[in-house]
Write a protein that binds this ligand. Structure first.
Ligand SMILES: [Ca+2]
Length: 490
């Protein structure tokens, strides 16, 4: 009996031995990460929206810390999700588009998608696995959207992968978004872990508020009675009572989760994070420019609130730059674990920021999207990379240099913005601050090269057509990157 009890305690003792970081065994929090899908930074009351209703998420903010410069690692779903479990920028894992995707453009080709791995490689270290090694129970319920690695392979003890029915007839009344199912499974998992006095990490991965938009009848009618969104009346057809209701339905599910945490008596010792995997659609992200998929702030700056009553100051704010990759080292630190050698190279521990002890500036953040979306001539997304460094963000458009003004690329110039002075990105400083632009461009390209990224390449087989169009000899117009290897053109 004594021996079996000792064996039962052994993992916990091991956890103590490993816990030389910020957290001692007694302080290790449970960790709940609520991940919304396509929820924009302007969709919550605690970020200034005064029409939608998000009282439970607002409560997290009121009782915790709000981050004002938090970035999703990608501007679309899968890149952010791979960054979460690997601590690597999507550029590094080549997980730069949603799974599965791949388009070509008539003049510039996307890189072979995710070659040579095609899918996320399982041969790397994943966050849930490291937390499990530190003695945590781990779980993920809901949207996964990663191919090549299953939740089980990533280190989740329990998991449920479900899919939102994207049929136009999606009916939220029937839980097509699985809000109730995801919440119920998460609550059951937390209850079991709490009752066994085991620290836990759970990702509550919702499909809401991704299209197709649908709200429960009660929520939709609530906002129909409430009226419209007058100040945004001309902004977007997406601003509807249905969308507002969808945000409310999501918030209600957060309320159910918080109620369970309270009933289990673990609220004080549980870190609850709420965030989103990318910006909101279209122009829902005012005052930030553009939305999901875009290189502008609306595509990547997302809400992030964190509550941990034992350690985080209620009602506090942080204006430092944090990105999805940073969860890896932060959560492992809080769990008293250790990050294996070489793992999570793009992750910075922001525990001190959470605890109000530091405002250190983060190292530059790399974004990379070497793809097109849309038809050849009218693609609405074109390959880009960017670097957030200090107050600046430099945006590199691959068509500018690849086509060098000789092809019909839509993008004609790179971009530079000072986000402290111009968060809406209305004043491109590329011509007025060339020294800053050159420094950031060099840094970005060096970082991309060091990470072995995939970049767009000119399509040799279509070069003749392009040169005919331009009225020049084939070899006089555009150099061709002949190989599918990742030769960089600088
Ligand atoms: Ca998404």
């Amino acid at each position: 009996m004594i021996i079996s009890r000792f064996l039962h305690l052994f993992p916990a003792l091991l956890g103590v031995a490993l816990a030389f970081g910020v957290s001692s065994r007694a302080e290790r929090p449970n960790m709940v990460l609520i991940l919304a899908d396509d929820l924009g930074i302007n969709d919550l009351g605690c970020y200034g929206n005064n029409f939608y209703e998000s009282p439970h998420i607002d409560r997290l903010r009121r009782e915790g810390m709000r981050f004002d410069q938090h970035y999703s690692a990608g501007s679309v779903c899968s890149p952010t999700r791979t960054a979460l479990i690997t601590g690597k920028f999507p550029a590094r894992t080549r997980s730069t588009e949603v799974y599965p995707w791949g388009l070509s453009h008539v003049y510039v080709a996307e890189p072979l998608w995710c070659e040579p791995d095609r899918l996320l490689s399982p041969n790397q270290t994943f966050l849930p696995d490291v937390l499990r090694a530190a003695g945590y129970r781990t779980a993920m319920f809901g949207k996964w959207h990663i191919e090549g690695v299953s939740p089980e392979e990533a280190g989740y003890d329990e998991w449920l992968v479900n899919h939102c029915d994207t049929a136009l007839a999606a009916d939220a009344n029937h839980d097509e978004y699985h809000l109730a199912e995801i919440t119920r499974r998460s609550n059951d998992f937390m209850k079991e872990a709490a009752q066994s006095h085991t620290p836990f990490f759970v990702v509550v991965s919702h499909h809401s508020v991704h299209v197709p938009q649908a709200a429960t009848t009660g929520s939709r009618e609530h906002f129909e009675r409430k009226g419209s969104l007058p100040e945004w009346a001309d902004r977007s057809p997406l601003q509807t009572p249905v969308y507002a209701g969808m945000v409310k339905d999501l918030d209600d599910s957060v309320g159910d989760l918080l109620a369970e945490i309270g009933e289990l008596g673990i609220a004080d010792s549980t870190l609850v994070i709420f965030t989103s995997d990318n910006g909101g659609l279209g122009d829902l992200n005012f005052p930030y420019r553009a939305g999901k998929g875009s290189w502008y702030e609306g595509g990547i700056r997302v809400p992030f609130v964190a509550r941990w009553p034992e350690r985080i100051q209620p009602g506090s704010s942080n204006n430092g730059v944090v990105v999805t990759t940073d969860y890896f080292r932060t959560l492992v630190d809080l769990a008293g674990g250790s990050v294996p050698e070489g793992a999570a190279p793009d992750s910075e521990d922001f525990t001190k920021a959470l605890l109000g002890q530091s405002t250190e500036e983060r190292a530059p953040v790399v974004f990379h999207f070497p793809h097109y979306r849309g038809e050849d001539g009218s693609a609405w997304l074109r390959p880009w990379s960017s670097l957030r460094d200090g107050d600046y963000i430099y945006i590199h458009h691959w068509e500018v240099d690849l086509l060098n003004g000789k092809g019909p690329g839509k993008i004609e110039t790179h971009e530079l913005y000072n986000l402290a002075k111009d968060p809406g990105q209305r004043r491109n400083l590329i011509g007025t601050q060339p020294d800053v632009a050159a420094r950031l461009q060099e840094d970005l390209l060096n970082r991309l090269e060091a990470m072995g990224v995939q970049i767009p390449i000119l399509m040799a087989e279509r070069l003749a057509a392009l040169n005919t169009l331009c009225g020049k000899q084939q070899d006089a117009v555009i150099p061709v990157v002949q190989t599918a290897e990742y030769a960089l053109p600088w």
